[in-house]
Design a protein around this ligand. Structure first.
Ligand code: HEM
Length: 418
């Protein structure tokens, strides 16, 4: 076990910036060479005897954790802090840290604050509750696939299907009225982009919060069967959460639930089109679908770089110790493609039976919406391939524009015909 050299620049405020000694730092985030697989350099990092140090756009130098066992250990360690108010927090976008520190969405909180909020939400996403949403999700997908088919070919699988499915499902869950959907779609494309400046993110979130604020008032007076109504008449009415925090928690749930599915659905559809023998297996035996969704989540690992942390104490890992006070990124894609955990990780195999992937993270912050995410992806893909059996991509993989500006990997556009 090799311990990384002690770092004098643990506090970014006093970090002198690039020096000759920093020459070996890996510039991060790295681009994917194939839209399906995490960056090639992760393989080398996993095999190195020690941890890799990155330099991210803010100039900070977090450690990169890449092995499957290390990623799980680094995310479940009690000293793993998600608190974005810590100056060492390795946010990738300029606006992200300021906004997260101010709004304090629970994805960027530590226990016990995190625990209180998570408890309020977890009941909304139980297997039972999500299962009850199946008919509604099927109806949304059926409607949106007809919309796709109504477009002149080539249509865009992202804008004309996946984005419409994911925004409609999450807005229904929360109780955002359909007439606010377009507004919501516009705002999330700004707030979810790493290219957006701090001012742009701030303005977009201000507008989004205006909408949620109004909905909280409406639903407190006239509650319906939706998440915002339950939180407004429950924890908010009882004084268990402030209005400011409630706004943030609804905002992050909207965003996290929308952006991930929006990016996963087209990428997963493409992956199956590129592996027709796997799609054929699913056509022959639809019972394989739930397992296939987990395999696609592992294989594509769209939330690869979302798991940003600061070590509040030394965190020992097989590849070295993250020193107390340092930021680190637990790379989910690197873990999900670790050959030590998944034989032939670069092979898409819908019959793979292992379920220990970390596409939804691991530990305290493991995705609260994972049951919904799985179901939504499954129904969206099944509906698409059942209704459009002749679906084909119009562009070669290498020509598809990657959406590198978002914290969640995806493609900007996927032109398809049928
Ligand atoms: C569909 C694919 C999805 C993927 C790959 C995904 C991935 C993730 C990951 C990796 C985390 C952990 C972040 C961390 O540890 O810092 C997370 C957390 C979270 N996700 Fe998801 N997610 C998905 C779907 C959803 C959906 C559908 C919702 C809500 C409707 C959702 C809401 C959340 C929330 C609120 C958190 C924060 C949980 C916490 O901090 O305790 N996600 N997600």
């Amino acid at each position: 076990m090799t311990r990384p050299a002690p770092d004098p620049a643990t506090d970014p405020a006093t970090d002198p910036g690039p020096t000759a000694a920093d020459g070996d730092d890996t510039s991060f985030p790295l681009a994917r060479t194939c839209p399906f697989t995490p960056p090639d350099d992760y393989a080398g990092m996993r095999e190195r005897a020690d941890l890799t140090r990155a330099r991210i756009p803010s100039g900070k130098r977090p450690w990169l954790v890449t092995r499957h066992e290390d990623v799980r250990a680094a995310l479940s360690h009690p000293a793993a802090s998600s608190d974005a108010r810590n100056p060492a927090f390795p946010a990738l976008g300029d606006g992200e840290q300021v906004v997260a520190a101010e709004l304090r969405p629970f994805i960027r909180m530590d226990p016990p604050d995190h625990t209180l909020v998570r408890r309020m939400l977890v009941g909304e996403f139980t297997v039972r509750r999500v299962r009850a949403m199946r008919p509604a999700i099927e109806a949304v997908c059926a409607e949106q696939v007809e919309y796709l088919l109504s477009r002149p070919a080539p249509a865009d699988l992202v804008a004309d299907y996946a984005n419409r499915v994911s925004t409609t499902v999450i807005c229904r869950l929360l109780g955002v009225p359909l007439e606010d959907l377009e507004f919501f779609r516009r705002i999330t494309s700004i707030s979810g982009s790493r290219d957006s400046t701090e001012e742009e993110v701030g303005a977009a979130l201000g507008e989004l919060f205006g909408l949620i604020d109004r909905l909280i008032d409406d639903k407190a007076k006239d509650p319906r069967d939706d998440l915002i109504s339950r939180l407004a008449t429950g924890p908010l009415a009882r004084g268990e959460i402030t209005r400011h925090s409630l706004l943030s928690q609804i905002g992050i749930t909207l965003n996290a639930g929308h952006e991930t599915s929006r990016n996963m659905i087209p990428l997963a559809a493409l992956a199956l089109l590129e592996h027709p023998e796997q799609l054929e297996l699913l056509r022959e035996d639809p019972q394989l679908w739930p397992g296939a969704v987990d395999e696609l989540l592992r294989y594509l690992s769209v939330a690869d770089v979302i798991t940003l942390r600061v070590a509040t104490e030394d965190i020992p890992l097989s590849s070295g110790t993250i020193p107390a006070g340092d930021g680190y990124i637990a790379l989910l894609g690197a873990a999900n493609h670790d050959p030590g955990a998944f034989p032939e990780p670069g092979r898409l195999d819908v019959r793979r039976t292992q379920r220990n992937h970390v596409a939804f993270g691991y530990g305290t912050h493991q995705c609260v919406g994972q049951n919904l995410g799985r179901l939504e992806i499954e129904i969206a893909l099944r509906t698409l391939f059942d209704r459009v059996p002749t679906l084909r991509s119009e562009l070669a993989l290498a020509d598809l524009p990657a959406r590198s500006s978002s914290a969640i990997f995806g493609l900007d556009e996927v032109p398809v015909s049928w």
